[in-house]
Design a protein around this ligand. Structure first.
Ligand code: NAD
Length: 491
């Protein structure tokens, strides 16, 4: 077995810890199906201890009030993560099955760099705001609004971009002065335990400020976190179904719930677009085997140039580089596990049964018998109401839909319970922007522009979520407002 130098233990109350029961679960490489390590398998008792530690650290240490302590510790964390990035890279590629090229960007390197944005907020953010003198029932008063951390944050993350999503929650939550219990996805525990090891060994983070609880169970330990009255907020990224469940559980103790959920985003190609550049990029649906919530998985093509677009897409899908994720030439590796692969294959069967035309792929690649691979798959002539045009597949599958005019394109794009992302490409920026402005979605790329960044708010309309991650809006998700009335002459 290759040595990934990975941390098998959790982080609870400042110490690297095995599960109280001693139980472990297997971490599996989805590209080889090999067990690559064992990781602590927490039960509710471990989660209980982690929540208690986070509560104590928030209530009884200086963490929530001492900004210079926070800046120092988080800078130590960021610098140490940067120093350890080659070890982390190997672990991420092995447990996620992510193409290694993605680790030189969003999957690892850029999210370590982006942590600096959160750290810089500690000094840059306006923690207090004075409002004008006001008169209320004959009395003149000054008012000051203080921005304060919420308290204990429960963070729950999925497996597709696990390291990035863990940092996207830890960065703002900790910089804002909260304490955190992070429960990562069972398929990608190292993307969290690696952070825990570095936090324990290379930073001065006070015990209990950051806790990491790994569990092979999909629900029980996470549910404990979402229901516990000592937790003030749950920050969740994952499927819309689990998001609804978390919101329902959180309602029992009226927790703040922040949700980044699924998507079924539309890529609209206008009839005056440069098809040679705009259309083949539809194959990027297959990047990381389609396991990205913001990937555009529906392409909307004008009826007047439909056949031209289909020919371009067919060539792009047939040439899409995939296979061994450690090969820098590949843009797509396996699905995360056998269940997810079978789910994707089930959607492909449903697409065929409902009358869509399968043009490329559709099965398990014959030359990759090991690993949870599915071929890049292109469906054309897809009905906008078909299952594969409505449900999130989370696999390398593009549905191509035909539209008549711009109004029709907007109607089809908005015919979705999701609203996370999207794209519009056209010959005229003005026209493309006009179409983009009518799409009910949280982010959208116009004529190839990218919206992602540490300072750009990211999140969804409709069933794609509640709240925003990144940017000032994302930072403020982790804050409470306290309005203080003062005598008018105090201002
Ligand atoms: P999932 O919802 O099954 O699991 C996500 C996390 O929630 C895991 O850590 C899991 O253990 C935990 N969990 C499961 N049931 C729970 C419960 N009842 N209570 C508490 N925690 C629970 O999602 P997944 O299959 O791991 O990830 C894929 C989904 O995530 C896709 O739908 C994708 O679109 C979505 N996603 C969204 C974003 C975004 O930012 N909007 C980013 C990545 C993934």
């Amino acid at each position: 077995m290759a040595d990934f130098d990975a941390e098998p233990r959790m982080l609870i109350d400042g110490k690297l810890a095995d599960a109280a029961s001693g139980a472990t679960f297997a971490n599996i490489n989805p590209a080889t199906e090999e067990v690559i390590g064992q990781v602590a398998d927490a039960g509710p008792a471990d989660m209980d201890r982690a929540i208690g530690a986070a509560r104590r650290a928030f209530d009884e240490t200086e963490w929530s009030t001492d900004r210079s302590l926070r800046r120092r510790c988080l800078q130590q964390l960021k610098d140490a993560l940067a120093n350890e990035r080659e070890t982390l890279r190997g672990q991420i590629v092995a447990e996620v099955g992510s193409p290694i090229v993605l680790t030189y960007a969003i999957q690892l390197d850029s999210c370590i760099d982006d942590l600096q944005w959160d750290i810089d907020q500690i000094d840059a953010y306006a923690w207090e705001e004075d409002l004008p003198i006001c008169e209320f029932m004959g009395q003149r008063s000054a008012r000051r609004v203080y921005k304060e951390p919420i308290g204990v944050v429960g963070a729950i993350t999925p497996w597709n971009f696990p390291f990035m999503l863990n940092l996207s929650k830890l960065g703002p939550a900790l910089a804002a002065g909260n304490t955190v219990v992070l429960k990562p996805a069972p398929d990608t525990p190292w993307s969290a335990t690696g952070i825990g090891k570095i936090a324990a060994e290379q930073t001065d983070l006070p015990p209990g400020v950051l806790n990491i609880v790994t569990s092979g169970d999909k629900a029980e330990v996470g549910e404990f976190l979402t229901a516990d009255p000592r937790v003030d907020m749950v920050s969740f990224t994952g499927s819309s179904g689990t998001g609804k469940r978390i919101m329902a559980r959180g309602a029992e103790t009226l927790k703040k719930v922040f949700l980044e959920l699924g998507g079924k985003s539309a890529n609209i190609v206008l009839d005056d677009a440069d098809f040679a550049s705009a259309v083949p990029s539809g194959s990027m649906t297959c990047i990381h085997a389609g396991q990205g919530c913001a990937i555009t998985t529906r392409m909307l093509v004008p009826a007047s140039r439909y056949d031209e677009a289909v020919d371009l897409l067919k060539a792009a899908f047939e040439g899409f580089p995939y296979g061994d994720p450690t090969d820098a030439g590949n843009l797509m590796g396996p699905l995360i596990n056998a269940r997810q692969r079978d789910r994707v294959l089930g959607y492909i069967e449903k697409g065929k049964a409902e009358g869509a035309r399968l043009l490329v792929g559709g099965g398990v690649p014959a030359h990759l018998p090991k690993g949870y691979f599915v071929e890049p798959t292109l469906f054309v002539d897809v009905d906008p109401d078909a299952t594969i045009a409505q449900e999130e597949i989370f696999g390398p599958v593009l549905a191509v839909l035909r539209y008549q005019d711009d109004d029709d394109a907007v109607r089809i794009a908005n015919n979705s319970r999701y609203g996370l992302s999207g794209a519009v490409n056209g010959g005229s920026l003005e026209r493309a922007l006009a179409v983009a402005s009518r799409i009910r979605t949280g982010t959208i790329a116009v004529n190839g522009g990218q919206w992602f960044g540490a300072d750009s708010p990211f999140g969804g309309y409709k069933e794609s979520g509640i709240g925003r991650e990144h940017g000032v809006a994302g930072f403020e998700e982790y804050l409470e407002l306290k309005t203080v009335g003062l005598p008018a002459d105090a201002a």
